[in-house]
Design a protein around this ligand. Structure first.
Ligand SMILES: C[S@@+](CC[C@H](N)C(=O)[O-])C[C@H]1O[C@@H](n2cnc3c(N)ncnc32)[C@H](O)[C@@H]1O
Length: 268
């Protein structure tokens, strides 16, 4: 299979995240955006930027805290969903279509740069980190949440990778952003301090199988995989369901799935 050129990679990323129904999934991790906003110490009037904001899990609580918020994402469909949520709450957020690796803002435009599980999907981590640091003012902070490689998402990525085309060599694995040493290396030249916290987001569902039905029907990368894999999709689904069975903390037939993530605070 031909190696995807960068532009084509991003076009496919956008198509992937606009497929399925991410709006149905994002509420299950909304609490992470709220925690990121709290840890970022956002106060009224601050200029806040949510990178790869999707439907606004970090942008919305930042705006509720009184910040002047900009959210950027490749996927226009998700920006529209975020805009509708903001409008319903009477919040004023600047929603922009764009690429985390090439931000359309001046140096030092923001007091806080945030991302919840978005920045990690831009393929070139060094380039993304450079851009996030460039648009954040000195004295500001970059606060991110990323699933850890040793958590559920790491296992799920490994299970899915066996069925998907190999990533191009310029693309680093998304869960690497969930390692402290990686974050320290990415921002080492510009940071004045780092803080790291490990947290868990819990999915509660009536059963593993019922959650699988929901996830495979709505989570955009799964919807894309289903279209791509045809009959082999059932095999991949079973491998992923095995991950959830192994990680399930419930013993009564329900699902209680602990999803670990790293919250990183990079002070500039
Ligand atoms: C798992 S979703 C997270 C969305 C949101 N931050 C949240 O917490 O719900 C990943 C998001 O990253 C976006 N994304 C992927 N690559 C991107 C890039 N290079 N630039 C901007 N957004 C990107 C996708 O469109 C998608 O909205």
């Amino acid at each position: 299979m031909a190696v995807l050129q960068l532009d084509e990679f991003k076009t496919r990323q956008r198509a992937t995240w606009e497929g399925g129904d991410y709006s149905a999934c994002s509420p299950y991790i909304a609490e992470v955006g709220e925690l990121v906003v709290t840890r970022a110490g956002i106060t009224p009037g601050m200029r806040v930027f949510d990178v790869a904001c999707g439907t606004g899990n970090a942008a919305l609580p930042a705006a509720r805290a009184g910040a002047r918020v900009t959210g950027l994402d490749l996927a226009v469909k998700l920006l529209e969903a975020g805009r509708a949520k903001a409008r319903a709450e009477g919040l004023d957020i600047d929603w922009r279509e764009g690429d985390a690796e090439n931000l359309p803002f001046e140096d030092g435009s923001f007091d806080r740069v945030l991302s919840t599980f978005g920045h990690m999907f831009a393929p070139r981590h060094d380039r993304t980190a450079q851009e996030m640091a460039r648009v954040c003012r000195r004295g500001g902070a970059i606060v991110t949440a990323t699933w850890t490689p040793e958590g559920v998402f790491g296992d799920l990525s490994k299970a899915a990778a066996a069925y998907m085309p190999p990533p191009p060599d310029y693309a680093s694995p998304p869960p690497l952003w969930g390692r402290e040493d990686h974050v320290r290396e990415l921002f080492g030249k510009v940071a004045t301090g780092f803080e790291f916290e490990r947290h868990v987001n819990r999915i509660e569902w009536e059963s593993v199988e019922a959650f699988a039905d929901f996830f495979m029907a709505h989570f955009p990368p799964m919807v894309t995989a289903k279209a791509m894999l045809g009959e082999r999709f059932a095999e991949m689904r079973e491998r992923i369901v095995d991950v959830w069975r192994r990680r399930n903390e419930a013993t009564d037939g329900r699902l209680l799935l602990p999803q670990e993530y790293l919250l990183s605070i990079v002070r500039l």
